[in-house]
Design a protein around this ligand. Structure first.
Ligand SMILES: NC(=O)c1ccc[n+]([C@@H]2O[C@H](COP(=O)([O-])OP(=O)(O)OC[C@H]3O[C@@H](n4cnc5c(N)ncnc54)[C@H](OP(=O)(O)O)[C@@H]3O)[C@@H](O)[C@H]2O)c1
Length: 308
């Protein structure tokens, strides 16, 4: 008797939280008592990271025109859904000010894992960006990355200095095109960064044969970008029915089809999905739950994409 009462209460709580998450996204995350969101460890420290994060490029670029409300709602949705990882980067002082305002709203920034980037040529420009980000984003970045390996010889030693001075918790570098994978692997072997970021998806699979196995060997955390080829993936699958066998690995949409393909790789720590829409972010966060495809199924998924 007692058992069935407690089961019905927890089901009721679940329904209340689920409804509240949909209907009142500004409520504090603690109000929802989400069941544990899936995480993976950062290899160098063991710190756990939620396995789906938010790429903020589009949302941030819309700030001057649309104001900060939409971006704040996205961040709230991320936190309420169990995520913490936000990838962003400094553009200029006025946009960084707006980004920082959204990040700091209701103290959200302290609950986020904030990944930023340096996009600069020359030491002075690099240091200026780092200082501005630190001042305007309201927190020491959890991760600072050299964007697209740009001016790596100059920027990487600066990031090492910043980490030694406790002005960054982790450091790394990004690429987003297959052409840069060789250079990324050279950097990984030489410098053993804490993190790397790389393009990888059910369509862009090259990382499987180089960057991802190397990251696993060297104990480097991996953020994945371009899970949807910056939207090109959705143009490709538009009007195509999701294969029925996708349900075998708890996949309910084309977005989850690519995300589950990515998350099935054991070297992946977190996949960044860029969106401006809370509804899409919830769907993307949902890909972390349930089963992932095995090697044979991943092969079938790649084949499926060849005919679309
Ligand atoms: N060199 C670098 O460092 C680098 C380069 C590229 C990207 N990145 C990082 O990676 C992040 C990911 O960006 P990406 O460019 O690779 O984009 P992406 O995540 O591959 O695709 C984003 C596009 O997919 C759409 N979308 C997202 N979720 C959806 C869903 N559930 N259903 C339907 N459409 C959906 C978005 O539109 P809606 O807004 O309509 O949802 C947007 O147009 C970036 O924000 C950035 O943080 C880094």
């Amino acid at each position: 008797m007692r058992k069935s009462r407690s089961m019905s209460l927890s089901r009721r709580n679940f329904l209340i939280h689920a409804a509240a998450w949909t209907a009142a996204p500004f409520l504090p995350a603690s109000a929802f008592a989400q069941s544990a969101y899936p995480t993976r460890p950062i290899p160098k420290t063991g710190e756990q990271l939620p396995i789906v994060g938010l790429g903020s490029t589009k949302a941030v670029l819309q700030l001057p025109e649309r104001g900060t409300a939409g971006f704040k709602l996205l961040l709230r949705t991320l936190l309420d859904g169990g995520g913490t990882v936000v990838d962003t980067w400094s553009r200029d002082a006025s946009l960084d000010k707006l980004t920082g305002e959204a990040l700091q709203a209701n103290g959200m920034v302290k609950d986020l894992f904030l990944a930023t980037k340096v996009d600069a040529k020359g030491a002075e420009a690099g240091r200026e960006i780092l200082a501005r980000t630190r001042r305007l984003f309201g927190k020491t970045s959890d991760l600072i990355q050299v964007i697209s390996l740009r001016d790596l010889e100059t920027q990487w030693p600066i990031l090492k200095e910043w980490k030694e001075a406790s002005k960054a918790r982790y450091i790394g570098a990004t690429v987003s095109s297959d052409r840069q994978h060789e250079d990324m692997m050279q950097f990984m072997r030489g410098e053993r960064p804490d993190f790397i970021q790389v393009n990888y998806s059910v369509v862009e699979t090259q990382a499987e044969t180089g960057v991802l196995p190397l990251a696993a060997d060297l104990g480097i955390a991996v953020l994945v970008n371009r899970p949807f080829m910056n939207g090109g993936y959705f143009s490709r699958v538009r009007g195509v029915a999701l294969p029925e066998w996708a349900a075998e690995f708890d996949c309910h949409s084309w977005a989850q089809f690519s995300l589950k393909y990515i998350l099935a790789h054991p070297a992946v720590t977190c996949v960044l999905t860029e969106t401006t829409k809370p509804k899409h972010l919830r769907e993307n966060l949902g890909a972390a739950y349930g089963r992932f495809p095995d090697v044979k199924t991943k092969h079938r998924m790649r084949e499926e994409m060849q005919f679309i």
